[in-house]
Design a protein around this ligand. Structure first.
Ligand SMILES: C[S@@+](CC[C@H](N)C(=O)[O-])C[C@H]1O[C@@H](n2cnc3c(N)ncnc32)[C@H](O)[C@@H]1O
Length: 368
């Protein structure tokens, strides 16, 4: 008997709704991958100058092939991302424009609404899909390095504007004692773990002109990116980047503030890393962990943030967190209770949730 015949009328409605959802998701997936093409080839940058361009002009301005540029322009128009003038004209004489509201999201890297790197992050997340499938079978992991430059650059691009415009301007000023210490003498020292391409360390040094920042990351190409970003920032040697494991017990020194942005959930040994952080602040400093704003418990309906975070987790963060042994296997959906447990095991007395509003992030202060 076919399944269709065994479905009730209500179930047939649910099946059809699910079919519709699958088709919409596929189109949404194409949005993301074709946005990646426009981002990487400089198509959006060229269109963001405001002029409507033909496929011939776009190809010439971006050193690309006209036939490909034309297909992409037509696809982006049908997808509702671009607009077309004279659509009934000759294919190569049609003019396409990027509406200003879309240009902000796709081409203005300083905007807090800039999301083109999200497409790069998604492409990076599926880069080692065969290795991820194998990890699902074997219980092993996939190292961060296997996800390649798109993951690294996409991650950096997503958080850059927040770190340069909100971290030292809104987030830390909401914690008065830390804000005061970072402005005071002797100059405060900050250790920024899992710093990736370095924007959080650079943002801290730009917002607080006295502080000295050490950014640490396990991934050598990320540290190279951070160093390249630092060279443009003119911070007079106040920021230094190092390839180091956050759990390295030989890390020493004293820091007034230790930060870890969106990285504790990626660490194979989060407790080891938190222990290092505790030693480095040695009762007088502060540890701030910024991680995903997920719910306190698993519920079948979840929420928008969790829906997306589980996606990153299934494809990237869990495999990364399983790459070393022993592996905590945290995943992107690190709930408050999980961080509290890690903090306790690392010797902290308490974890305070800071009253800082952000759609994706929750801010934790670990009390030594
Ligand atoms: C999701 S990225 C976040 C990067 C950056 N903090 C940001 O918000 O854009 C996670 C980073 O944590 C780093 N990482 C993971 N485990 C680490 C460890 N044990 N020690 C140092 N860095 C680590 C990765 O290399 C990666 O750069």
């Amino acid at each position: 008997m076919s399944t269709t015949l065994s479905l009730t009328t209500e179930q047939i409605g649910q099946r059809d709704a699910f079919v519709e959802r699958m088709l919409k998701s596929t189109s949404g997936m194409f949005d993301i991958f074709t946005i990646y093409i426009g981002h990487k080839l400089g198509f959006y940058q060229a269109l963001a100058q405001g002029e409507a361009l033909t496929s011939v002009e776009l190809a010439a301005r971006t050193a690309s092939h006209e036939r490909y540029a034309r297909e992409w322009l037509e696809q982006q128009t049908v997808a509702g991302i671009l607009e077309v003038e004279n659509h009934t004209g000759e294919a190569t004489s049609r003019r396409f424009r990027l509406p200003a509201p879309h240009a902000e999201v796709l081409a203005e890297q300083d905007s807090l609404n800039y999301l083109a790197p999200l497409a790069q992050l998604a492409v990076g997340a599926v880069h080692p899909l065969a290795a991820v499938l194998e990890a699902y079978r074997s219980g092993g992991g996939v190292p961060f390095s296997a996800f390649g430059p798109d993951l690294r650059e996409g991650q950096a691009g997503m958080n850059r504007a927040m770190f340069l415009q909100q971290l030292g301007q809104e987030w830390l000023p909401a914690i008065p004692d830390i804000h005061a210490r970072l402005q005071a003498d002797p100059p405060a020292r900050i250790a920024d773990f899992g710093c990736g391409a370095g924007w959080s360390s650079i943002g801290l040094a730009q917002a607080y002109p006295k502080v000295k920042v050490d950014g640490f990351d396990l991934d050598a190409p990320s540290i190279e990116l951070a160093q390249a970003n630092l060279r443009q920032a003119n911070l007079n040697g106040r920021v230094k980047f190092h390839v180091r494991d956050a759990g390295d017990p030989t890390l020493s020194g004293h820091y007034d503030l230790v930060t870890a942005f969106e990285c504790v959930h990626d660490m194979s040994d989060p407790v080891g890393a938190l222990q290092t952080m505790r030693h480095l602040v040695n009762h007088t400093g502060t540890v701030i962990i910024v991680d995903e704003r997920v719910s306190d418990t698993f519920t079948p309906t979840g929420n928008e943030v969790e829906w997306m975070m589980y996606g990153w987790s299934v494809l990237h963060c869990l495999p990364v967190g399983m790459a070393d042994h022993p592996a905590a296997g945290t995943g992107t959906v690190m709930r408050t209770e999980t961080l509290q447990r890690y903090a306790r095991e690392a010797g902290f007395r308490d974890v305070e949730i800071l009253p800082i509003e952000n759609f994706f992030f929750r801010f934790y202060r670990l009390i030594a």
